[in-house]
Design a binder for this molecule. Structure first.
Ligand code: ACK
Length: 977
């Protein structure tokens, strides 16, 4: 018997024992070979008196020992490497006498892998050697019997991976050994929790260096943050933990496990380690709350973190104000009183009750999600009532809106705005020099349309030079066009808010006809050609009648000019060039820029306000050369002078009338700056009359006055007030047509030989700005610069007096002060010599102190027309000293029509074949032929275009030459004196 010291059975936690001889109850009964004389099983008692089994052998005296001892089958239980711990005692050969050569101090350890747990016999050669085991230096002392022995402990390990189990074998080769215990075990990495992941008990790998990768699983109420992994090392240690788990929301980590948050707490964010108290205005009623619920009346938006306090929608915006700018509105407001505990306030601009709100309405910067307390709404309909609503919203408004409580409204009406483009233009009557256009109101007038502007230009010239005509009606008669030329026409409308866009161009060609269209100037020519009464006057009045039929102008004798403005198509409204920010823009809007190389200056004809006035020739590309007057701007000019100088062109360029001086264009792009107008061969009217004192008939003089009145009516219809109407500002051409000129706004004349203008007058007539032509100016214009069409009427009365007196200076050599005084006292100029009473009466009417009592130019024109039509009765009585001229005696008169019939006329022009056609259609008199139009002829069956043109052109020509023949046949008494 021997006692084993320290045999307590406490295994390290990472070792799983497969066999421990000490714990095996009863005998081991391992297979020994040889069965006799080799290994022997010997039971002994350990220190706790527990029996243990040992195997002993001690054949030290005999040579060639090979004693085998084989264990029973040991299941490997998944182990891949097993450890064999052998505790043994070994006799020192030296301590044994007479054993030299045969005594050994080692034994061999073998193993054999097998699935068979009951192998009877295993060939020794089938065992694989694990190691030769020798006694170690380290040992414990053991009492064996009466001897104290050293107890060696040796551990060997081997890979066992091929079978379900194995056998171990001990080979004694001649030693004296006692196997006190054999323990077979394998190593595991024991179950562990690391980073909230559980790693199971894991067998180590097959090799000493192998690491077994193990995936952990998250502990209860946790989830993977990153795949939890560890490696099980060969010695049963866990190595290199990677990843791990985090507690589910509502739970927090305590002592390596996830535990629920208590009531009133939550854990809503996985990055938070611990549970935290519910944020303001929220609560949790159960343990394990991830999110605290909002208290009633409080909300959380989808994007609100659960850690944020619960909040409320905002109250309504405050102090909404609107500023309307045409069709745009700027809405501004203040932030709501209560923001609901949030900072993400935004506003939505809506158009509640806004029936006309179309999709075209633009909100800037946007309609909803407005951060600033301002929005601009544009593209609204003009002159329309809108109600706008501003709604305050924040992150919790959705679905929790308190409705009207969060919005504020304003109702407003938009202003007038520029109209939308005119879309439909149609051409009506087309003649050689003109076309009548008509169009519809724009789809969106955006207010009251004040006027239309017709822009037209020759197609070939594109827009490089165009002309503008303005009209208050939806039609316009364009005149002064070149025959057989293709023009493009565009129309745009204007409201108080400005111009709309031009329409697309309408293309139309004028007709061909060798004769110019008879206009007012032509009618004046006719007047001047007609030296005596009835016959010619009838023709003249016929011509006037034709004009009124064709143009629709001057037809309503007693109409007020204001009325006419709306009734008469083609009436344009004057635009003050000084309303343009850039005066050059105005010039180029109304005046054509002429290349200076097209102008040939011939001689200086006078000195104007800004420099020399020359005559010369102008040849525009593709046009006939014409005579022109050239006003130039003197070399050293100020900017202001240039503007003033060119303002005349800007004004003149807006007019298109036979009795208004026609602007050909301007030269502004090189020096000298020039204004080019038509050339008026006879210069200014006052000088012309003085030069031809007494040379004209009353009818001729009235014809001149009629032309001036016609021009003035045109100007007043356009709302243009001339302010300086005087015979010196009327120009006369070779046909004795009078045309109104001098549209310069500046009246500063340096050297006025006749002292027509004054800046300072005494008493109440002091004029604060500019010089006033006192003798021609109405009292109210002198006194307080009240310039109106009626003040022009006053001046016209003075011009009448100048004309009838052949250029006499009004009020002769009276001083300006005396003139003012005399007028104030009711004195008026007497009738000039030979002036018919009715004309002087007309002058007196023009000089009515009360300006509203003065006749309009329409009335003046009608009156003059009446005088011309009935000269015998109206112009007979004179107020002057001269006897009534015999030329006023009637000659022939009504017989004119009968002596020369429509038939004669048609024969004369070679169109006799249409006699019956025309007579049947009611064209029986020559004057009725004058009213024919292309359309008329087409409608009655004269469809050949060349015949239509022939009739239109030649009827007038033939009638004119017939009239001249009559004139030549007149007695001497009918010739002007
Ligand atoms: O009386 P007049 O010959 O006619 O002298 C003046 C001078 O220039 C200074 O104004 C004459 N004048 C002005 N414009 C024209 C024109 N378009 N045609 C002919 N002469 C003109 C004016």
């Amino acid at each position: 018997m021997f006692t084993v010291i320290s045999t307590a059975r406490v295994y390290p936690p990472n070792e799983e024992t497969l066999l421990d001889t000490r714990t095996v109850p009863g005998e081991l009964k391992w297979a020994a070979s040889p069965t006799e004389g080799g290994w022997e099983e010997v039971s002994i008692m350990d220190e706790k008196n527990v029996p243990i089994r040992t195997y002993q052998v001690c054949n030290v005296m005999e040579p060639s020992q090979s004693n085998w001892l084989r264990t029973d089958w040991i299941p490997r239980s998944g182990a891949q490497r097993i450890y064999v711990e052998i505790k043994f005692t070994l006799r020192d050969c030296n301590s044994l006498p007479g054993v030299t050569g045969t005594c050994k101090e080692t034994f061999n350890l073998y193993y054999y892998e097998s699935n068979n747990d009951r192998e009877h016999y295993i060939r020794e050669s089938n065992f694989l050697k694990i190691d030769t085991v020798a006694a170690d230096e380290s040992f414990t002392q053991v009492d064996i019997g009466d001897r104290i022995m050293k107890l060696n402990t040796e551990v060997r390990d081997v890979k066992v991976t091929t079978r379900k189990g194995f056998y171990l074998a001990f080979q004694d080769v001649g030693a004296c050994i006692a196997l006190v215990s054999v323990r077979v075990f394998y190593k595991t990495c024991p179950l562990t929790v690391r980073n909230l992941a559980t790693f199971p008990d894991t067998n180590t790998g097959a090799d000493t260096s192998s690491l077994v990768e193990v995936r952990g699983s998250c502990v209860n109420q946790s989830e993977e943050r990153e795949e939890p992994k560890m490696y099980c090392g060969a010695d049963g240690e866990w190595l290199v933990p990677i990843g791990g788990c985090v507690c589910n929301l509502g739970y927090e980590e305590r002592s390596g496990v996830c535990q629920a948050c208590t009531v009133g707490f939550n854990r809503a964010v996985s990055t938070d380690r611990a549970c935290s108290k519910c944020p303001p205005h929220s609560h949790s009623e159960k343990e394990g709350a991830a999110v605290c619920d909002c208290n009633p009346g409080y909300y959380r938006s989808e994007s609100d973190p659960a850690s944020m306090p619960c909040t409320q929608p905002p109250s309504a915006p405050q102090q909404l104000i609107s500023e309307v700018n045409e069709t745009s509105v700027v809405l501004e407001w203040s932030a709501p009183l209560r923001l609901g505990g949030r900072s993400d306030i935004s506003y939505k601009a809506g158009s509640l009750l806004c029936l006309p709100c179309s999709q075209d309405v633009l909100f800037s910067p946007q309609q909803s999600g407005l951060r600033a307390t301002r929005v601009c709404v544009s593209e609204l309909q003009a002159h329309t009532r809108y109600t706008f609503t501003i709604l305050a919203r924040n992150g919790v408004s959705q679905g929790h809106s308190a409705g009207a409580g969060q919005s504020v409204s304003v109702t407003l009406t938009t202003n007038q705005a520029a109209p939308s483009p005119v879309t439909s233009i149609q051409a009506g009557d087309v003649t050689r020099h003109g076309v009548s256009l008509a169009w519809q109101q724009p789809d969106r007038p955006n207010g009251v349309i004040l006027e239309y502007e017709v822009k037209y230009y020759e197609k070939d010239q594109k827009e490089s030079s165009y002309r503008i005509m303005k009209t208050a009606s939806r039609s316009a008669d364009i005149t002064g066009l070149s025959p057989l030329t293709v023009y493009l026409y565009q129309v745009r409308a204007r409201t108080a808010a400005g111009y709309g866009e031009f329409s697309g161009p309408l293309e139309f060609s004028t007709n061909s006809d060798p004769l110019p269209l008879i206009g007012d100037a032509a009618s004046s020519t006719l007047l001047l050609l007609s030296i005596s009464g009835g016959v010619i006057l009838l023709l003249t009045s016929t011509a006037v009648f034709i004009i009124s039929r064709r143009r629709g102008k001057y037809s309503q004798a007693k109409q007020d000019s204001e009325e006419e403005k709306h009734l008469n198509p083609g009436v344009r409204i004057y635009v003050d060039p000084f309303t343009y920010e850039d005066p050059d823009q105005a010039v180029h809007e109304f005046a054509k820029e002429i290349d200076a190389t097209y102008i040939h200056i011939e001689k200086v004809i006078g000195i104007g306000e800004f420099g020399e006035v020359c005559s010369g020739r102008l040849r525009l590309q593709g046009k006939r050369e014409i005579y022109v007057a050239i006003k130039s701007l003197k070399a050293a000019y100020s900017n202001k002078q240039r503007q003033d100088f060119l303002s005349e062109a800007s004004i003149m360029g807006q007019f298109d009338h036979p009795n208004i001086i026609r602007l050909e264009g301007v030269v502004t792009r090189c020096k000298p700056v020039m204004i080019i107008t038509e050339y008026m061969e006879n210069g200014s009217l006052d000088a012309f009359l003085r030069k031809h004192d007494g040379h004209f008939t009353v009818i001729q003089l009235v014809g001149m006055l009629r032309g001036i009145a016609s021009g003035m009516k045109y100007l007043s219809d356009m709302s243009y007030v001339h302010r300086d109407l005087a015979a010196r500002n009327i120009l006369v051409n070779s046909n004795l047509v009078c045309k109104v000129s001098d549209f310069g706004l500046s009246r500063v004349l340096q050297e006025d030989p006749e002292n027509a203008y004054t800046t300072r007058v005494t008493g109440t007539y002091h004029s604060p700005g500019g010089k006033i032509p006192i003798r021609w100016t109405s009292p109210e214009a002198i006194a307080y610069r009240k310039f109106t069409p009626s003040s022009d009427t006053w001046s016209y009365g003075v011009v009448m007096w100048e004309v009838m007196s052949y250029g006499e200076r009004p009020y002769w050599d009276m001083s300006n002060q005396d003139v003012i005084k005399a007028i104030d006292e009711g004195y008026r100029l007497p009738p000039p010599m030979d002036c018919p009473v009715c004309l002087h009466q007309l002058m007196l009417d023009c000089w009515q102190t009360e300006r509203t009592h003065r006749p309009s130019f329409t009335q003046i024109l009608n009156m003059l027309d009446k005088l011309i039509r009935n000269p015998t009765t109206t112009l007979r009585r004179t107020g002057g000293d001269r006897p009534v001229p015999s030329l006023l005696e009637p000659v022939g008169g009504p017989e004119f029509v009968s002596v020369w019939s429509a038939e004669d006329c048609l024969q004369a022009i070679g169109m006799g074949m249409y006699r019956d056609t025309l007579t049947t259609a009611g064209y029986t008199s020559p004057d009725s032929l004058l009213t024919l139009t292309h359309q008329d002829m087409t409608s009655i069956g004269i469809i050949t275009p060349s015949h239509q043109d022939q009739i239109l052109a030649s009827v007038q020509q033939v009638l004119l030459s017939h009239m001249q023949q009559i004139q030549e046949q007149m007695p001497d008494s009918m010739v002007p004196v």
